[in-house]
Design a binder for this molecule. Sequence first.
Ligand SMILES: [Zn+2]
Length: 112
Amino acid sequence: MSPEEFDRACRTLVRGCPWVSETSGYRSKGRNEAVGGSPHSKHLLGMARDFAAPSMNGLGQADKFARTLGLWTYIHDVGSGSHLHVQGLEKGDVPDWWIKKYGKGVRDGRTT
Ligand SMILES: [Zn+2]
């Protein structure tokens, strides 16, 4: 999934589940370390976002909907309540072709 497709999927998610609010998106390396994120976190690439919802039920519904959009998801609690984590890339190593094609653009776009 390209960064554009990921952005579109996230917007569709928020439109379909308007009760969710985004709590985290792109993270710098320093910020990611500060919150105890994985060194392979897709947040570092701008390809992951976290959403909060007023209820677990609302979070579960958003989770189901996000999966229909082709997002990889899980619900976790990193100390500030349960969040829906969604990402536009499969877990694990990011494919080289993706980094070559989008990696630089994502970083450059986010540092300005
Ligand atoms: Zn996350």
